[in-house]
Ligand binder design. Structure first.
Ligand code: AKG
Length: 257
């Protein structure tokens, strides 16, 4: 099916045209590699690291908020044209980036390159579901052998399924659970050229399997909220996590009309 035919509301995801040039993408990729290796050009640390230099070089590398650490990454995610496209596709009056991650997937061994099925909203108790989206910027060409992100079409309209988790690398067990609830599901691979982007809603189930290519598969993941997003007041651990929305040096507004 043509990539243009997918609709964010109906299918849970859509694809944008190429926004970033090869040069911009390659510069961002080099900057992310610095962050992965603990080199923070701005002097600011990422929010969280799930991989350290010296860890398994064949496992998935995930680091949270790398945009704090390097100006090139900051410039990528705050690009005006990018902001306008996100607003246009989500029908938003404003777009604010409130979180980001690099998900860098080297050639994978065993199931170490798997990211389990999940919907992003399950990790965000402090947000309602509306007005919350994720843009995935390809910083390498993403083929079907490189472990692309895959979406379950229309799963943004499903009820929650227990047992789904990004960090659970046993995807075949998760597949069985999904099949029990939805027999005829359709999986769509996000095959992207460097600089292209997909968007999915916070309710869309997605996952990715290992990278069978030699070169790494690289995604800059941008979590954004629009004017329709609402905070849920919480008590305890994550109660003030979203207070950082007020600090635009952490959570930049990239579109406003
Ligand atoms: O890059 C991947 O394989 C997973 C990314 C992901 O879970 C996301 O974009 O929300």
């Amino acid at each position: 099916m043509n990539k243009k035919t997918y609709c964010l509301n109906k299918d849970g995801f859509c694809f944008l045209p190429k926004i970033f040039s090869d040069r911009e993408s390659l510069l961002a990729r080099a900057a992310l590699w610095d962050v992965i290796n603990g080199k923070y050009e701005t002097g600011r640390k990422p929010e969280n690291r799930f991989w350290q230099p010296g860890d398994d070089p064949y496992s998935i590398i995930k680091i949270d908020k790398p945009h704090l650490c390097n100006k090139v990454i900051w410039n990528l995610i705050t690009n005006k044209d990018f902001g306008s496209h996100l607003a246009q596709n989500t029908n938003a009056k404003s777009v604010q980036v409130w979180h980001s991650q690099v998900v860098w997937k080297p050639h994978s061994k065993n199931n170490k390159g798997n990211a389990g099925w999940h919907r992003d909203s399950q990790y965000w108790p402090f947000w309602t579901c509306d007005g919350l989206f994720t843009a995935w910027i390809a910083l390498s060409n993403v083929s079907n052998k490189s472990g692309p992100v895959r979406f379950l079409r229309g799963s943004n309209h499903w009820n929650n399924i227990n047992g789904m988790d990004f960090f659970n690398q046993n995807i075949s067990d998760q597949d069985k659970i999904i099949k029990k609830h939805h027999k005829n599901q359709k999986i769509v691979d996000a095959l992207l050229k460097i600089g292209e982007i997909s968007i999915h809603t916070s309710q869309t189930y997605h996952s990715s399997i290992g990278n069978k290519e030699k070169k790494p598969r690289i995604g800059m993941v941008v979590h954004f909220c629009t004017d329709k997003a609402k905070r849920i007041p919480l008590e305890g651990e994550s109660s003030n996590y979203l207070d950082q929305l007020k600090d635009h040096s952490i959570a930049p507004i990239i579109y406003k009309r």
